[in-house]
Design a protein around this ligand. Structure first.
Ligand code: HEM
Length: 483
């Protein structure tokens, strides 16, 4: 097996690493043992891959055996009866689910949502113009991100975060917090006679509730289809060809919930990293703004059609995802057969973590890796190589929402930079409050801890007038979308 600590996990370099987030714990081991390491989590072998090359060699080139997921008792099984695609093991059910994701989120399908993302981002920019603090900014960004995934899944939008579909989905996401249930740490409890498995009751009730709710969302798409008023979405595609996809009604309804689960928090965290970077690197922000001013000018907003002419903005977005990857150890893969990599044995059933965060700090690939330097991506921003996509994962499991995410990030970031300067707040002594670059929440998907900043409108009155005009048109356009 790859080198690693003895099976009894020992503190590294005299200090306990158990309390550190996974990506930091893995990074300490990788510094000590090399870029590919192994360890044990209970009885499960864990392989950590620290280079883009190793992850591509295994997860992509040997995707036939490296595309499963480790067992997830609570969220994968009890809370969802195996219907949540992100946790599904490799096999027919996952392939069917993934075909639905592809049908609704391929490059072509994603192109069809661009006009919606453009419309929602005009409303967002107007909301941000009227907002006065970071909490309000966050709420408006959240509304944007949720509206986009609901458009993708069900062909509908939301006007506010109080919409019942948001409240219900948010509650479901909270129930999925890992570590909340004892059986995750003690799977042996599943061997108790079923009537003694007290821990089942809560998730099973939740599952019944979620099933009913997801079915109601899917049925609404069905109803609109029968009236001929449904907008093309993942939902319409999945339901039109439900038999071909091989998913039953409940499986289809769960599949349509995936973009909410996987696409809201990730988009918002990336936008937070963008704001953080702009506070730390104001010169980079100015450079990006001057590219926009030259290419787009001040008499209109950046559009999707401008993307080819805005290489620095594209590079800045890639650098945002590289600088502080928000899914730092990816979602673990699992290998379904024994394998050998560069002479090292990889046992069947190992959990395989690409340490995206470690890869992003590789000094050979990314010199001065801790610095935020969009310039490093200027030549390669157009190329979909692992170098420009590794923060979205690898191989057959690579994020299916990658095009939706990239389109949202482009249109929001380019328009924010066109409209605003992102500036620090001042403390009582008039000193700029710059948040830490490294104060993040923990978990599989991470986010900068809440910080404050201020959006200062650029170039005054004309900018405000243009934002207001664009907002009025967007609000008019929005009436065409069901809510
Ligand atoms: C910047 C934003 C995003 C980032 C950084 C991101 C990152 C990731 C990563 C690292 C994975 C795991 C890939 C692997 O296992 O190799 C993943 C999976 C996934 N993502 Fe994203 N994601 C983002 C946005 C989105 C969006 C907007 C959607 C949907 C609209 C989405 C849907 C999914 C789904 C459904 C999976 C599970 C794929 C599977 O297990 O087969 N993601 N994402």
């Amino acid at each position: 097996m790859p080198p690693g600590p003895p099976r009894q996990f020992k503190p590294v370099r005299g200090r306990s690493s158990a309390s550190l987030p996974l990506w930091k714990r893995f990074a300490l081991l990788q510094k000590e043992y090399g870029s590919v390491v192994s360890l044990f989590q209970g009885n499960t072998p864990v392989i950590v891959l620290g280079t883009i090359k190793a992850a591509t060699d295994l997860l992509e080139k040997k995707g036939g055996i490296y595309s499963s997921r480790p067992r997830s008792i609570m969220v994968g099984e009890l809370l969802s009866d195996g219907m949540r695609g992100v946790m599904m093991p490799y096999g027919t059910r996952w392939r069917n689910w993934r075909s639905v994701m592809h049908a609704g989120m391929s490059v072509e399908a994603s192109n069809a949502y661009k006009s919606f993302q453009s419309m929602e981002s005009k409303i967002l920019i107007h909301d941000l113009l009227l907002a006065s603090n970071s909490r309000q900014y966050s709420a408006f960004l959240r509304r944007f991100a949720i509206s986009v995934v609901l458009r993708v899944s069900y062909g509908r939008r939301i006007q506010s975060l109080n919409d019942p579909i948001v409240v219900a989905n948010t509650k479901i996401e909270e129930c999925k917090t890992p570590g909340k249930y004892i059986v995750e740490s003690w799977p042996i409890l599943l061997k108790l006679p079923r009537f003694l498995q007290w821990f089942r009751r809560e998730p099973e009730e939740q599952l019944a509730h979620d099933t009913e709710l997801y079915l109601s969302f899917a049925n609404e798409v069905r109803r609109q289809m029968s009236l001929g008023i449904a907008l093309p979405s993942t939902g319409t595609r999945a339901l039109e060809k439900q038999e071909d996809f091989g998913l039953n009604d409940v499986e289809t309804a769960f599949a349509l919930s995936s973009p909410f689960s996987a696409g809201v928090g990730t988009t918002l965290s990336t936008l937070d990293v963008f704001f953080l970077a702009m506070l730390h690197y104001p010169d980079t922000m100015k450079k990006a703004q001057s590219e926009i001013d030259i290419v787009v000018g001040r008499s209109r907003l950046p559009e999707f059609d401008d993307v080819e002419s805005l290489p620095y903005i594209r590079a800045l977005i890639l650098e945002t995802m590289r600088w502080r990857p928000i899914v730092p150890v990816c979602v673990p893969h699992s290998v379904i057969s024994d394998d050998t990599y560069e002479g090292m044995h990889i046992p069947r059933g190992s959990s395989v973590y690409p340490n995206i965060s470690y890869m992003s700090k590789n000094e050979e690939m990314f010199p001065s890796a801790d610095d935020f330097k969009p310039e490093r991506y200027l030549k390669s921003a157009n190329l979909p190589t692992p170098h420009t996509t590794f923060f979205f994962g690898f191989g057959r499991r690579i994020c299916p929402g990658i095009h939706i995410a990239n389109n949202s990030l482009y249109i929001v970031i380019s328009r924010i930079l066109w409209a605003f300067n992102i500036v620090p707040n001042l403390d009582e002594h008039g000193k700029a409050v710059i948040p830490s670059k490294d104060d993040f929440t923990t978990g599989l998907s991470i986010r900068p801890k809440p910080f404050t900043y201020h959006l200062e409108t650029r170039n005054g009155k004309d900018t405000v007038t243009l934002i207001e005009e664009e907002w009025k048109t967007a609000e008019q356009e929005a009436t065409a979308y069901p809510q």
